[in-house]
Each structure stands twice: as C-alpha cells, then as structure tokens.
Design a binder for this molecule. Structure first.
Ligand SMILES: [Zn+2]
Length: 459
C-alpha cells in the first residue's frame, strides 16, 4: 500500500535539527503568509514532518503534516490527491491498511478525472492503430506490458493509458488478430488489450496527442520464450529482500486472522533461496519474526551496495470489501506525473537539497529524476509480469492490480532501483488461503525471481 513507500526512506533524521513542535510551529507560521515562497517553505516543512511522523509512527503529527501539505499544496497547485486520500482515512479511525474512499477522496477523484486526457478518436492507418487524445501524451502516462497464458496459449499485449474515453468499451477488428479491445478499466485508466494465439510484434510510438500502435503477426513458428532460465552465474548482482513488518508489528491481519508478517517472510525466504540458487548474492532485512525500523531497511540495501531492493507486502481492505479486493500489484517511486508537477518538483527539490549538503544539487536531482525512477519502473513491470506469468500458469482468477507509481518522490532513499510488491490481499478469503499455502508462495517467489532475472537480462 501507498504508505509503505516509507520503507524506501533513507533521508534520516540527521537532516533535521528542530524538534517536531518547533518545526510544526514554523510551518504553521509560513502557511499563514500568503506568498508563493512562504507556501513553498510551508509545503516542504510539512513534508519533512510527514516523513518524521512515518518514521516515528506518530499519527497525530502525521495528521497535522497531511493537513499542512494539502493546504499549502493546493495554493501551489500541486497534486496532493494522495495526501488527501490518506488524510481522509483519519476521519474513519486511521489504519495503515485501510484506505477507503469517502467524500474527500471522491471529490479529489472527480477533479482528477476532469483533468484526465480524453480519447478522441480511434482509427486504422497503414495497418496501424491510431489513438488520438485531446492533449499531448506524456511518456509516463502509458504502461505497456505483455502476458502469456500457457494453458490457453494466448498472448496478451496490454496498454494501460492514464486517460478516459466516452464509451465504456469498444471492440476493434484486424485481420489475423483474435481480439482487440479498449475499455475504461479504471476511472483514470484506459486499457487496450491485443490478444492472439500467436506472437505479435508490437511497436508503438507516442507523438504529441497521438499514440500509434503497429502490430505484425509473426509467420514463423517459434516457441514462446521460456519465462526463466533456471540458473545464471551473475554473482556480481546483489539483491536485498525486505519482508515487511515483523515482531511487534504484525502488518495486516486478514482472513482467519492470518498475519501479513508471516506470509511475506515465507515468500521472502523462498525468493531468497531461488535467487541464491540462481547465483545471486542475497541479503534479507529480516530472516525471522523480528521488528526492524523502517529506515534501517533501505539503509541495509545501501550499505550492501545492492543492485535491487524489493520490499514484500500483502494488501488488506476493510471486511465489507474483502471479497471484492484481490490481486497482485507493484509500486515504484516516481518524481512526478505531469509536466506541471515536474516543474513544481524541481523547485521543491531545490529546497530539499539545500538541507542535504551531502549531495551536490545536480547529482541528486539527476539521480532522482532519471536513472533510478526509470529503472524502478522497469523493475516493477518485470516483477509484475513475473508474478502474473508464474501464477496464471497454475491458478485461476489471479488479478493484475497493475504497476503504479507513488507520489512521495521525496522519499526516494534507496540508492538502487526499489520496488514494493503487494503479493495479494490477505483479507480476501480465496487469496488468503492461497497466501498461506506453500505451493502458492513458491509460485509467487518463482515469479518474482523470474522478474528479477528478466530485469537484469534487459538492463
Ligand atoms: Zn505491509
């Protein structure tokens, strides 16, 4: 879940000299002065306070910080929807594993939907599918991934586009391809699925408002590529696996009171064994039921100069939604989600960096914005594909919750690509039963290992 991005925090408390109260007073003083620069100061202060509240598990401070982030953020026209969502959970007793929609959330969503890109027109040109939108498309708006269902011998090429369309769904036809469907998959996501029993070569190109997708069916019969090869000898790669929670922190409590900390540790241990077998060097933030401070988790990864950091969690929803919510998801941190946000982020970043004399402005900014976010995104896609590939081959009804980006980009702390995996909903009866079975855990771990391997092969 979103809050677990805190696992990725390494901006430690040493950066901040003031006490929480002093800082809160200062932030509240800034926010009262209605100039842009003071709002920025307030915004940054509240964000730092938010960080502190997470690390010290201080709910009261978190509430104040969120309120401040939302207030100052709105004045600065920053997208604070994620913070509003979290703030909304305080009205219903706050819990890390509850994130239920209420009035605030709905309102925020409506605003977001209004500003969404709209699909204007779909057409074919030169055998290519042309999707025309009302606004210029951004790179991070399109998430492309492929799936292969071994049993059905079916290839799926999926585009998730952060946009909306007027009709609910539309079937498109092209000779030689079994099925092409575009639909409003989620309120803010269009999903285009190209499905075929033979491999298709997909090429796509984003140019201003237009997404062009070329698809060529391959005549040559080729065996589908194996999802993984069992053994590689790349001993140079170091992976830190972080099993979420532990010790006094059980994580989510789900169906039949199954505990997240137990499930994720088991999967983490299987993953460790598979990766070691495949020749990687692996460290665990915890290998038993022990409590580890969040900030120490990425600190370990940094200390070991790991190539990847993977934090494993299980999701949860309130009981009344338990049957509806299931599936696997991957999260990565992203610095921004729009051109405007990028500009704002640039300014915010400057403010943050002034406190971080360890880094030069340039190197940190570059580090945050480019290499690591892109790498983390790629890793998240590979992990998601890996999990789905492995699970779909053996289980029915595995839900693809998708790859998502987190808004808390200032929390970027791991010095390597870092992804948070949600292995399923421990509150869903069916999924919880799977999550406590060793065969399912092994399949999950195998899928994650495949994803890691694919990531290293391609990067
Ligand atoms: Zn968790």
């Amino acid at each position: 879940m979103m809050h677990f991005f805190v696992v990725l925090v390494f901006i430690t408390m040493t950066l901040f000299g003031l006490s929480n109260n002093e800082m809160l007073n200062r932030a509240n003083a800034y926010i009262k002065i209605d100039t842009k620069s003071n709002q920025f100061r307030a915004y940054n202060e509240f964000k730092n306070l938010y960080l502190r509240s997470i690390i010290h598990d201080d709910e009261r401070l978190k509430k104040s910080a969120l309120k401040g982030i939302i207030g100052s953020g709105k004045k600065l026209h920053i997208d604070v929807m994620q913070y509003e969502k979290e703030y909304a959970t305080f009205n219903k007793k706050s819990s890390y594993h509850k994130l239920k929609p209420n009035k605030v959330l709905k309102k925020a969503q409506q605003i977001k939907i209004k500003s969404l890109h709209k699909l204007k027109n779909i057409s074919w040109y030169n055998n290519k599918l042309i999707l025309k939108f009302d606004k210029k498309l951004r790179k991070n708006q399109i998430n492309y991934f492929t799936l292969y269902d071994k049993k059905k011998k079916s290839y799926k090429y999926v585009f998730d586009i952060h946009a909306s369309m007027l009709s609910k769904s539309q079937i498109l036809r092209k000779a030689g391809i079994q099925r092409i469907k575009i639909a409003q998959y989620k309120p803010n996501t269009l999903r285009l699925v190209i499905q075929n029993n033979k491999k298709i070569k997909i090429r796509f190109n984003r140019n201003m408002k237009i997404l062009t997708i070329g698809m060529t069916t391959q005549s040559k019969k080729r065996k589908p590529k194996r999802i993984y090869t069992p053994l590689i000898k790349d001993k140079k790669k170091i992976i830190v696996i972080d099993a979420g929670h532990g010790g006094k922190d059980p994580g989510a409590i789900g169906y039949k009171r199954y505990r997240e900390k137990v499930v994720v540790l088991k999967i983490a241990q299987y993953l460790k064994n598979i990766l070691k077998y495949r020749g990687y060097k692996v460290y665990m933030t915890r290998d038993s039921d022990e409590f580890i401070k969040l900030s120490n988790r990425t600190a370990l990864a940094n200390r070991k100069s790991a190539n990847l950091f993977i934090s494993i969690h299980a999701n949860a929803v309130p009981k009344r939604n338990a049957k509806k919510a299931y599936g696997v998801e991957c999260y990565f941190l992203s610095p921004s989600r729009s051109d405007r946000a990028e500009k704002v982020a640039e300014q915010e970043n400057t403010a943050d960096i002034s406190e971080m004399n360890k880094y030069s402005k340039h190197s940190l900014f570059k580090f945050l914005n480019h290499a690591k976010t892109i790498a983390s995104h790629k890793l998240a896609i590979d992990l998601q594909r890996g999990m789905l590939g492995s699970l779909n081959a053996h289980y029915k009804g595995v839900n693809d919750g998708g790859v998502r980006e987190g808004p808390f980009w200032v929390l970027v702390g791991a010095q390597m690509p870092a992804v948070l995996v949600e292995v399923g909903f421990i509150t869903n009866p069916k999924e919880a039963k799977r999550l406590v079975s060793n065969s399912y855990r092994k399949r999950m771990a195998m899928g994650l290992a495949d994803g890691i391997q694919r990531y290293f092969e391609n990067n």
